[in-house]
Write a protein that binds this ligand. Structure first.
Ligand SMILES: Cc1cc2nc3c(=O)[nH]c(=O)nc-3n(C[C@H](O)[C@H](O)[C@H](O)COP(=O)(O)OP(=O)(O)OC[C@H]3O[C@@H](n4cnc5c(N)ncnc54)[C@H](O)[C@@H]3O)c2cc1C
Length: 470
């Protein structure tokens, strides 16, 4: 498809377009342009020709039409957390939803209507008023849109499924400019495709989520063990996970003690494993049930305790600031052998930055009770996610950090003969079609057919792209 640069579009035409939207259209000479083009990952420095800060669905329709008529490269901006920077592009148009963040809760029917630019912090804030929550991510600044449309892992996925499993419907503006509802009963094929490959099919202007009773207080076990104890701790973690009820949201996070006041100065920088298990039921019950986690080894520090749900959901925020450097890659794996556990510890010991996390996250539960072809998200049977969340703040470390992540990821793939990624953690998505084929598996051909139906010109391609061909 031909891609025009907005620079070649008549200034008068751009002016007419800007006058027709309720939001703001920014170009490079506007004072707000640089802030508007920045995304969370400081590695991304792109200069779109136009940024449309939409104020509603009608603005989105206008922007999609303008982009299509002028053959512009399109990015959709939700929470701007995507590590590859797909929320922005060079020379094209950004359909920016960051001012569309309203959340409306219907407590009686336990559903929330969430606009396409909202963050998980926005959702938790409103749903917790009613003691309810939707399964989302673990950092409150992450966008609902990107996270949900490609999966959605957090502390509730074993009990209530992926974020996308909790969608009841979406409102989406497709490439032809139509505003469509998609649900099990209306446009069901589009709804199927959106739940796993959403950014390929249009701009989702709102999501309708099922809500569940969570909080307002929860209990979480959070002992911190020395890395020296990690081989034994990981084995206990695996045994614990084998019989863990769905209310447990367990993960083993390999990290270094952050050099901030919340932690004793003598521990700063020490390599550790944090055994984080969130209990989403009654906190008193959680405290009792999770007591054994503290005995996996002798903790060097114990952060376990009760917490308001919304606070627990934002406790990692400070460690992933805007403008930090991020390159995260992941592998979905089955039941872990001793060899796999040892490889995780080896990778953890070799992390290229104290801010890099190797996260070993239990999946299963409600995720695997959904059939692999029930939604576009196919990877239902994985038992764990191994995620190399490489973060750093010194620009001189960039090459080393990216290189380490790529090498470690490739070595793990080879050693454990698996290539299944979680599409929300794919670095820059540089493996392109191989990556999406590995992720969607048997659902891939059906997705291509849906793409041919809803976006035959591939207007929406700044994503893990499904090209509209056979
Ligand atoms: C600090 C941090 C913490 C994270 N924590 C978690 C976690 O706990 N669990 C988890 O599963 N993932 C997590 N992620 C990964 C996260 O899910 C992805 O980065 C996701 O892409 C972020 O979505 P976003 O809306 O913020 O990003 P954006 O960069 O705005 O968008 C991501 C993709 O979705 C598209 N998109 C955005 N909005 C829309 C829309 N309204 N309609 C259609 N397409 C749209 C974009 O074009 C882009 O392709 C985390 C990432 C970071 C950086």
């Amino acid at each position: 498809m031909s891609t025009e640069s907005a620079a070649s579009i008549d200034a008068e035409r751009i002016q007419q377009f800007a006058a027709g939207v309720r939001g703001v259209v920014l170009q490079s000479d506007d004072a707000a342009y640089d802030d508007a083009r920045a995304v969370r990952n400081g590695l991304i420095d792109r200069r779109p020709a136009l940024i449309v800060q939409c104020h509603g669905t009608a603005d989105v329709v206008e922007a999609v039409g303008f982009a299509r008529d002028h053959g512009l490269l399109v990015s959709i901006r939700g929470g701007a957390h995507n590590v590859a920077g797909n929320a922005v592009n060079d020379g094209g148009i950004v359909i920016d939803l960051s001012e569309m963040r309203s959340v409306h809760v219907d407590p009686e029917h336990r559903v929330a209507r969430v606009q396409g630019g909202a963050t998980w912090g926005d959702v938790d804030r409103e749903t917790q008023l009613w003691g309810l929550a939707a399964p989302g991510g673990q950092v409150s600044t992450t966008g609902v849109a990107g996270l949900t449309l490609h999966g959605g892992l957090g502390s509730l996925h074993r009990k209530y499924g992926l974020a996308l499993d909790n969608l009841r419907s979406v409102e989406i503006v497709t490439a032809d400019g139509q505003v469509r509802t998609a649900s099990e009963s209306v446009n069901p094929e589009l709804f199927w495709a959106v739940r796993g490959a959403g950014s390929n099919f249009g701009v989702v202007t709102s999501f309708e989520f099922a809500l569940h009773p969570v909080g307002p207080e929860i209990y979480q076990a959070a002992p911190i063990f020395s890395l020296d104890d990690a081989p034994a701790v990981l084995r206990k973690y695996r045994d614990f996970c084998a019989t863990a009820p769905d209310e447990f949201g367990p993960q083993a996070m390999f990290w270094s003690v952050p050099a901030v006041d919340d932690f004793p100065a003598e521990l700063h920088g020490m390599p550790i494993v944090l055994a984080l298990v969130v209990y989403s039921g009654d906190p008193d019950e959680g405290e009792q049930l999770l007591a054994p986690v503290l005995d996996w080894a002798t903790p060097i520090l114990d952060l376990s305790g009760r917490s308001p749900w919304a606070l627990a959901q934002s406790s990692f925020d400070a460690f992933f600031p805007f403008g930090g450097y991020y390159y995260w890659k992941s592998l979905l794996v089955g039941e872990p052998s001793d060899d796999l556990l040892d490889a995780v510890v080896e990778a953890a010991a070799d992390r290229p930055s104290p801010d890099a996390i190797v996260n070993f996250w239990q999946l299963g539960g409600e995720i695997e009770r959904v059939a692999p072809d029930a939604t576009a998200f196919a990877q239902r049977d994985a038992k764990y996610l191994l995620s190399l969340d490489t973060s750093w703040f010194d620009p001189d470390s960039t090459e080393r950090c990216i290189d380490w992540t790529r090498r470690t990821w490739a070595a793990m793939q080879e050693r454990f003969a698996t290539d299944r990624p979680y599409l929300n953690f794919v670095g820059f998505g540089e493996e392109k079609e191989a990556l999406v084929r590995a992720s969607y598996g048997a659902n891939y051909d059906r997705l291509v057919a849906a793409k041919m139906m809803y976006d035959p010109g591939n207007l929406f391609r700044m994503n893990n792209n499904i090209p509209p061909r056979g």
